[in-house]
Structure formats: structure tokens, C-alpha cells
Design a protein. Structure first.
Length: 931
């Protein structure tokens, strides 16, 4: 028989007992916890009433009362705040892993793809994998080195644009964030998102894009009530969640567009070489062996993290540094004294110089001490119960470190509120998270992942801003009036943006050419200043019209003033320079009178007198000549980038499509792209291998010709030149132009004409055109070279146009079956790629192709000709080596039998001995072979 069901009263009694038990156990358990001290919380709001608009300052005040570890409540969430270096060490080092989660806040949910980025994802395998990518792939020292040029270029474009403001007040942060955004967007997305010229390629204009980012930064910094009183989040009382959703949509549209472009670029390309960080992330997301799936969302979230994390923080730090220096001009003076002493006024500061600039480095540390971009770091959450300083921190507690307070702790810093870089001199306090007194990038597992890049940008930009400009406050403003108030957002910037005036303190040519050209002649300086000044003199539409006469008068005055200024500046500069020794130059011609037909020999003779580093003057241009291994190393390695420009010669202008080839193009994005194309596309190991058959065929043809002329004297150079020309033109143009084509084929050039054109090209690219050295006589074309260059360039252009047309016709005919067969094909394909960083125009394709033919033809033929000439002068060496080549074959035989190796032979006699032994063993075989 079934038992009757228990009466309802039994249920009620059991329920009550359970509740009582739970409450009792909670009380008992609760009693045992020793929580850090802190203010009594209000129901619902907790201690929000004590937190003002600058939470780090409110918490700083509370810490004075409750001590270096305290607990408050944000709504219903317990929050522990560490406010001393010791407690920070306990949180970020001792209990690092136990406290490595992040709170689940609305910004993480709505703006970073549901916590899929690094900043807001929980500690665990997914986060570890993202960090590993960053450390090993994105911010590895090798990759950072690789991208140094991008940083240098963008920094120089900032310095150049500041030069243009010269004397006019401007908002500093806007300029500085352009620098960080352009560096980061080029590294991450492969394009500069601050340039108006990029407008057409993206979904937003640079202005719109910056506005979206600003909105994102603000929303990631707000104190959202729903994060701390979760049941209120539904009401979205501050309207933040609505804004987050809207901005997330805009951001997603932008990133999706970038992803599609990157996908299209990679599609179908075997062994695609990643060109930027998004490429790397996409490649990683395809990797099936990853521990945790990464996916498209991961790529998007991480891309956003890199852009958002990297942009504001560096700009804000640079702005604070300048604001502090404007308040303390004596610090600025000390910094510039150091910069003048270590760097001098003839160049910019390079990244590698920072180690030699302790005072400038101290300024950066002092700025970061007082103006940490993240005064409370990014909040963490306890993953398990821990104890710090004898207090319990239960699992789930939010934990923060107030680095703003630590940076002002009088026990650590003397006169903590004073900006005093000297406090760091001679002290071993670094910023990379090892020292808990100074942690601008945080510390422990969650330390800023981009700090190696951030540090580089901030150091070199601040150093160059100080080196390149005198900074002043706008006229009429006193330093005492400069406020130092901040706002609490993602990066704690100055409340009122700093407006300052920058006045150049280095010679003008450095601003115009940046690091591309080091020292220029006065002619260039005239050009630079005139280029810069004349447009300013032109009439603005709003101004009343002036007569042509007046305009010309102002031009003339501008010229005169500019020339006088330059002459004066040159005189002053000359007095300061410690130039290398060299012969005294004549007016106008400089030292051209000392340069004979073989300039290298003339310079060799001069270097015997003036040493391994000397200065001569070609017309009005100073020319430095290095003539020893050490000097070569200094020029080509130590200062490689500085000396990477090319002079603007007539040959470059007239024979290479106005410097559009690799040889004469100025060092910069166009040239770098050209080099990259060569390394990755044109001369990649795979492509060279695919052309091996051409080399073999042409070499065999040469041997056959030589065999035919056996015993008769020949002009070896012509034969050798034919081989290189054939090989190169088959590889580059797809066919050789040194043999007569069939009767029916219409020739664009005869073999003779083709060779003549090349000879003329080599000659004109090697001549010393007087106009290059004395620009104002260039128009006279005294040697007639420029006329010849122009004629030649016409002929070449006709030829190249024909070649390009032929290639394009084949491509059109073969349509989908088309495959690149030669280098012109590859170049045309690259030129049609819309994703190229710098557009490769048709004249660029022609210039490159011409470069490849010219560069590859003469040099190899000349080298072989020299080798044969030397051999003919010293036949014994030739015979010794020829016999030694044969010895490889002999070795195979002798080593087995008598353990004798010809590798040790050092004389003809020993080789002879080996040959005898070999002969005894292989006579019958050799005879057979001879027959
Ligand atoms: C002056 C430059 C920079 C400063 C001062 C700075 C500062 C910080 C700070 C204080 C944190 C929080 C660390 C913590 O919670 O303990 C952080 C995190 C982070 N930063 Fe930076 N940062 C800078 C540059 C960059 C750059 C250039 C990038 C990327 C391109 C970047 C990406 C990140 C990311 C992704 C995180 C989250 C790390 C994690 O939660 O695991 N930061 N940064």
C-alpha cells in the first residue's frame, strides 16, 4: 500500500528550516571574513555617493582615511582598492593569477564583441592565446623593428606639419593623436586612416573615423550604473547602452569592410605574405592547430583593441609632457641642452638614441608618474578567495589599483606634486611593470600588451618634439594660467586641450626633407623655403584683388628675403659645423677641377691626402666620401636610413620617368614598396627557380658560340653582354631583342638599335652632368647630355609602350587562363592591384622594367669580363683551380681507395700527385669517355 503524501505543513516546516540554516551559516561564515576597512555603504547605491567625476581622486581621499587597502561598494558590488606600492605588488604579482579576471561590464559586452577582445575577455585559454599572438607575432622585437620605418615616417610627417604651424597656436592633442592613429592604422590595417586621400578607400572619412573612435573611448571610460546595480541596467538610465550599441554598429561596419578587403587580397594567393597585423590575425584565425578557436569575431575584436588601445594613450601622454614643460621652462632648457650635446642640431633623434638621453627619458617617466593614462588601471576580478595584508578578498570581488595615489605617495616621492624629472636620474626605476612604484602600463599578467610599441612611439615623439621646436604658450597667456585638470575617460586626458605654439629650432631643411636627406646645398634650401613661402604669398580669395605688379613685387621681396636669410643661416651654420677635411673649393665649380675622367681614382688619390672621410664640393653640393671599411660601415650600416636618399640628377629625371624607378626614386613609401615587390615578387626564390631554364639555355648558347670560334680571337665582352641581355630580357620582357625576328614579325627595334639604346642609357647614367652640380647652369646643357637623355627617353618610351601593349593584349586574349609569364606581366598585375599601399602607375611599370634590364645587363657581363681578364693575366691560378674543380670528381674515387682528399691540396704538385693516382685507377673509363 502506498504511503499517504506528507501534509503541506511538513513542506512549510522543511522550507523554513532550510532558509534559517542558510541564513545562520551565512552569518557564521560572514563573521569569519575579515574584509578591508571602508566607508559604510548605502542600500542599493553602496558608496557611489562618495565617488565624484574623477573617481581616482575620490578614492585617493578615501584611502587617506581607510588606508592602502580598503573596500567600498559600487552599488551591490564589493570593490577593493589598493593604494600603496606594497598592496599593488600583492595584487599584481603575488596574487596575479588569482585576480586576473575582468568584470563583465556593458562596454566589454557591447563594444568589444561580447568580451572577445584582450582587454575584457576573462583570464583563460582564449585570453592566453590572444596575448601569445600579440607577444610573438604583433609586438615581437623583430616585427617592431620591421615597422620602424612606418613610425619614423609618420613622426616626420607630424614634425613637418608642426613646422607649417610655426608661430600659430594649435591644439596639440589633435596633432599627436594623428601621429598615433596613423602609425597604428598603418601597422594594423595597412593604410593611414588619417589621410584625406584614403577617403575613397574606406567606409568613413578620416574625420568620421576619428569621431567614432572618440565616442568609443568615452564610452569605454564611463561609469555605467547598470554595471554595478545590475537590475538597473535594463532601464539604461544614462543612455550609455544605447550609445554603445550604436557605436558598435559603426565600428563593425568599418572593420567588416577592412576584413573584406584583406580577404580579397589573400584569396587564391598561395603562400600569401602578410602585409599588416590584420593579415597576420586572419592567417592565425585560419590555423586549424590553434588551441582555442579564434574566428572572425576574434579578429575583429583584437583589431579594435589594437586601434583603440594604441591611439589615445600615446597622444595623451605627449600632451601632458608638453603641458608640464610649458609650466617649467627650466626643464625644457635642460632637455634641449642634452639633445644638442648628444644629437646636435643637424639631425633628428632616432629610436636608438633614446638610451643616450637620460634626461629626456626622465621627463617621460615623470610625466607618466603624475599623469597615468589609466589611473586605476583596468579593473580586475578575484577568481578565487585570497588574503592581502591580512584581509579577505572573496571570489567575485572587483579589485583596482590606484596608481594615481601611488604616483603621489610622499613615502616614495619627495615633493610628490612637483614635476621634477631629476628624481629619476641615476635611479633604476623602469616603467615595464617590474617596479610597483611606477606602473604606467600596469603590471603582471594583464600588463598593457602594446607597451613595447607605445613606449617607442612616446619616447621618440617626445624627444623629437623637444629637439625640433621651442614650445610656447599662446601670446598673452602666462604659465600660471595653464590648468592641469584632467577628465576621467579611457585615457584621462587634459580637461582643456593644450593649445601651444611651436617654433622650429633646427635648420629648415630638416623639416622639409625629414630624415630622407641629411645635409643639403643652399640651392635646395632656397627651393624648400620658396616652395613653402611663395604659396603663402599668393592671394587669398577673401582678400581684395591686387595687381600683377604688386604680386611680382611681393615675389621679388620674398626671394630676396629668403636668399638673404639662407645666406645668413648658411654662414652661421658653417661656423658651427665640424666638417670632414677636404680640398678648398673654388667658387661655382667647387672641386670639380680635381675630378678626372675616372672619378673613383681621383677621389682615391684625394683620400690619400685627406683621410678615409673627406668632404669635397661638386659645384655647390657638399659631397662626403668614405674610403675605409669603418667609414663604409658607418655610412651604409650605422646611418643607413639617414643616407638612403638619392641626389636628384638629370639622368634620374629624364631617363627614368622622373625618378619613378628603384634606383633614383627618393627613399620613402614608393621606393620601399618597389623593394618589397622585388624581394617578394620579382626575385623571390620561387620565381628565380622558374627562370632557371632560361639561364641554362642562354649559357649553353654562349658555350656553343665560343666553341665555334675556337682558336680565333673574339670580343668576349660582346658575347657576355649578349648572354646577360638575353637572360634578363627574356625574364623581364618575355623575349629577347638581340636576335632578328622572323620576316613577318614587325620589329619595334632592331637588335642593333636595342643594344645602342642600352649603351646610351648606361653611358648617360654614369656621366657627371655639370647641371647636377651647378643647378643654375643646368638649362644651358653645356655638355649636351640632357638633350641626349631626352632623345633616349623618347625612344625607350616607344619601345616600352610597345612591350606593355603586347603584354596587355595577351592578357586580354587569354582572359581567365592568363598567367604571368615574365616580370612585366607581374608588374602589370601589381599595378592593377587596388590594395597597393602606393599606386604603381604605368610609367612606374615602364621605369621598373627598364631598371631591371639596365641593372642586370651590364654589371654581370662586366664582372665576368674582369674575371677572365685577371685569369689571363695570371694563368697559373686558373689552371690550379680548374684542376681543383676536377678534384671533386677525383675525391669520390680516391677517398674510397686510399683515403686521400684533394681538399687539402695547396699546390700544383699535390694536385698533380692526385691526378696521377686518379689516372691509374680510372684510365679505362676515361679513355672510353674520350672516345
Ligand atoms: C603610452 C602608451 C600606453 C599606455 C600608457 C598604456 C597603458 C595601459 C594600461 C595601464 C593598461 C592596463 C593594464 C592593467 O590592467 O594592468 C593597458 C592595457 C592594454 N593596452 Fe595599453 N597602453 C599604451 C599603449 C598601448 C598600445 C600601443 C596598444 C596596442 C596597440 C595597447 C593595447 C592594450 C591592450 C590590448 C590592453 C589590455 C591588456 C589585457 O587586459 O590583457 N596599449 N594599457
Amino acid at each position: 500500500m502506498d504511503n499517504p503524501p506528507p501534509p503541506a505543513i511538513t513542506y512549510t516546516a522543511a522550507g523554513l528550516a532550510t532558509v534559517v540554516l542558510i541564513l545562520l551559516s551565512r552569518r557564521l561564515f560572514g563573521r569569519k571574513l575579515k574584509l578591508p576597512p571602508g566607508p559604510k555603504p548605502w542600500p542599493i547605491i553602496g558608496n557611489f555617493n562618495l565617488i565624484g567625476p574623477l573617481p581616482h581622486r575620490s578614492l585617493h581621499e578615501l584611502a587617506k582615511k581607510y588606508g592602502p587597502i580598503m573596500q567600498i561598494r559600487f552599488g551591490s558590488v564589493p570593490v577593493v582598492i589598493g593604494s600603496s606600492a606594497e598592496v599593488a605588488e600583492a595584487i599584481l604579482k603575488t596574487h596575479d593569477i588569482s585576480l586576473a579576471d575582468r568584470p563583465k561590464i556593458a562596454a566589454g559586452k557591447y563594444t568589444t564583441y561580447n568580451y572577445s577582445d584582450i582587454t575584457w575577455s576573462q583570464y583563460g585559454p582564449y585570453w592566453s592565446q590572444l596575448r601569445k599572438f600579440c607577444n610573438m607575432e604583433i609586438f615581437s622585437p623583430k616585427r617592431l623593428d620591421f615597422y620602424q620605418d612606418v613610425r619614423v615616417e609618420e613622426l616626420h610627417s607630424l614634425l613637418k606639419s608642426l613646422y607649417k604651424t610655426s608661430g600659430t597656436p594649435f591644439k596639440t592633442r589633435e596633432k599627436f593623436s594623428d601621429l598615433s592613429l596613423s602609425v597604428i592604422s598603418r601597422l594594423v590595417l595597412g593604410r593611414n586612416y588619417t589621410l584625406e586621400s584614403e577617403k575613397a578607400k574606406g567606409v568613413y572619412t578620416p574625420h568620421e573615423f576619428k569621431k567614432i573612435l572618440d565616442e568609443l573611448f568615452v564610452l569605454n571610460g564611463v561609469l555605467e550604473i547598470g554595471d554595478w546595480i545590475p537590475w538597473l541596467s535594463y532601464f539604461d538610465l544614462q543612455g550609455n547602452i544605447k550609445k554603445m550599441k550604436a557605436v558598435a554598429k559603426k565600428v563593425d561596419r568599418f572593420i567588416e569592410h577592412e576584413l573584406e578587403e584583406h580577404d580579397a587580397r589573400r584569396k587564391g594567393v598561395k603562400s600569401y605574405v602578410p602585409k599588416d597585423m590584420m593579415d597576420i590575425l586572419l592567417q592565425l584565425s585560419d590555423d586549424p592547430s590553434l588551441d582555442v578557436e579564434f574566428g572572425r569575431t576574434g579578429v575583429k575584436a583584437l583589431t579594435l583593441d589594437l586601434i583603440a588601445g594604441g591611439t589615445e594613450s600615446t597622444a595623451v601622454t605627449a600632451e601632458w609632457a608638453l603641458a608640464e614643460l610649458l609650466k617649467k621652462p627650466e626643464v625644457f632648457e635642460k632637455a634641449t641642452e642634452e639633445l644638442d650635446r648628444v644629437i646636435g642640431r643637424e639631425r633628428w633623434v632616432e629610436e636608438k638614441d633614446i638610451a643616450n638621453l637620460p634626461y629626456v627619458t626622465a621627463i617621460m617617466k615623470e610625466t607618466m608618474r603624475l599623469h597615468n593614462v589609466s589611473p586605476l588601471l583596468v579593473p580586475r576580478v578575484a577568481r578565487e578567495d585570497v588574503q592581502i595584508s591580512g584581509y579577505d578578498i572573496p571570489k567575485g570581488t572587483v579589485v583596482m589599483v590606484n596608481v594615481w595615489t601611488i604616483g603621489r605617495d610622499p613615502k616614495i616621492w619627495e615633493n610628490p606634486n612637483e614635476f621634477c624629472p631629476e628624481r629619476f636620474l641615476g635611479k633604476d626605476i623602469e616603467v615595464e611593470g617590474q617596479n610597483f612604484k611606477l606602473m604606467p602600463f600596469g603590471a603582471g599578467k594583464r600588463i598593457c600588451v602594446g607597451y613595447p610599441l607605445g613606449l617607442k612611439i612616446i619616447q621618440s615623439s617626445v624627444a623629437n618634439l623637444l629637439h625640433g621646436f621651442h614650445w610656447k604658450l599662446p601670446r598673452g597667456m602666462k604659465k600660471e594660467e595653464l590648468d592641469m585638470e584632467e577628465i576621467f575617460a579611457l585615457s584621462t586626458p587634459k580637461k582643456n586641450p593644450l593649445v601651444a605654439v611651436a617654433e622650429p629650432r633646427l635648420p629648415p631643411h630638416l623639416y622639409s626633407m625629414g630624415h630622407f636627406v641629411t645635409r643639403k646645398g643652399w640651392w635646395d634650401v632656397v627651393k624648400i623655403v620658396v616652395d613653402r613661402e611663395l604659396p603663402n604669398l599668393s592671394l587669398r580669395p577673401t582678400e581684395p584683388a591686387t595687381t600683377k605688379m604688386e604680386t611680382w613685387v611681393s615675389y621679388a621681396f620674398a626671394w630676396l628675403a629668403t636668399v638673404s636669410l639662407i645666406l645668413l643661416a648658411t654662414r652661421l651654420r658653417r661656423r658651427k659645423f665640424n666638417r670632414p677635411p677636404g680640398p678648398k673649393p673654388w667658387p661655382i665649380i667647387g672641386n670639380l677641377n680635381l675630378i678626372g675622367e675616372l672619378p673613383h681614382r681621383s677621389l682615391h688619390a684625394l683620400s690619400q691626402k685627406y683621410g678615409p672621410l673627406m668632404q669635397v664640393q661638386f659645384g655647390s653640393f657638399p659631397v662626403i666620401v668614405g674610403s675605409s671599411v669603418e667609414m663604409a660601415k658607418t655610412i651604409l650600416k650605422t646611418h643607413d636610413v639617414i643616407f638612403s636618399g638619392r641626389p636628384k640628377t638629370a639622368a634620374g629625371k629624364y631617363t627614368t620617368y622622373n625618378y619613378s624607378d628603384i634606383t633614383w626614386s627618393p627613399y620613402g613609401p614608393y621606393w620601399r614598396q618597389a623593394r618589397k615587390m622585388c624581394l617578394m615578387e620579382l626575385f623571390s626564390a620561387k620565381r628565380l627557380e622558374s627562370y632557371e631554364y632560361i639561364r641554362v639555355e642562354e649559357l649553353k648558347a654562349l658555350l656553343k658560340t665560343l666553341h665555334k670560334s675556337s682558336g680565333r680571337p673574339i670580343n668576349l665582352k660582346d658575347h657576355l653582354a649578349d648572354v646577360s641581355l638575353n637572360v634578363i630580357s627574356r625574364m623581364v620582357l618575355g623575349k629577347k631583342y638581340t636576335v632578328k625576328s622572323s620576316e613577318h614579325e614587325k620589329e619595334i627595334v632592331t637588335p642593333e638599335e636595342f643594344k645602342e639604346m642600352l649603351d646610351e642609357l648606361f653611358l648617360l647614367n654614369g656621366v657627371l652632368d655639370i647641371g647636377d652640380s651647378i643647378p643654375w647652369v643646368a638649362f644651358l646643357d653645356l655638355q649636351g647630355y640632357i638633350k641626349r637623355m631626352k632623345v633616349l627617353s623618347k625612344k625607350f618610351d616607344r619601345f616600352m609602350e610597345h612591350v606593355l601593349d603586347e603584354h596587355e593584349a595577351r592578357r586580354a586574349t587569354e582572359d581567365k587562363n592568363w598567367e604571368p609569364k615574365d616580370m612585366v606581366d607581374v608588374l602589370l598585375q601589381l599595378a592593377s592591384d587596388p590594395n597597393l599601399e602606393v599606386k604603381l602607375e604605368r610609367h612606374g611599370v615602364k621605369a621598373f622594367s627598364q631598371d631591371l634590364i639596365a641593372g642586370g645587363t651590364e654589371s654581370s657581363a662586366v664582372t665576368v669580363e674582369w674575371a677572365i681578364s685577371e685569369i689571363l693575366r695570371k694563368p697559373e691560378a686558373f689552371f690550379f683551380h680548374r684542376r681543383k674543380f676536377r678534384a671533386i670528381e677525383m675525391d669520390l674515387c680516391l677517398m674510397q681507395d686510399i683515403n686521400f682528399s684533394t681538399r687539402n691540396c695547396t699546390s700544383i704538385e699535390e694536385i698533380q700527385q692526385a691526378e696521377n693516382l686518379y689516372g691509374q685507377r680510372t684510365e679505362p673509363v676515361q679513355q672510353e669517355h674520350k672516345l
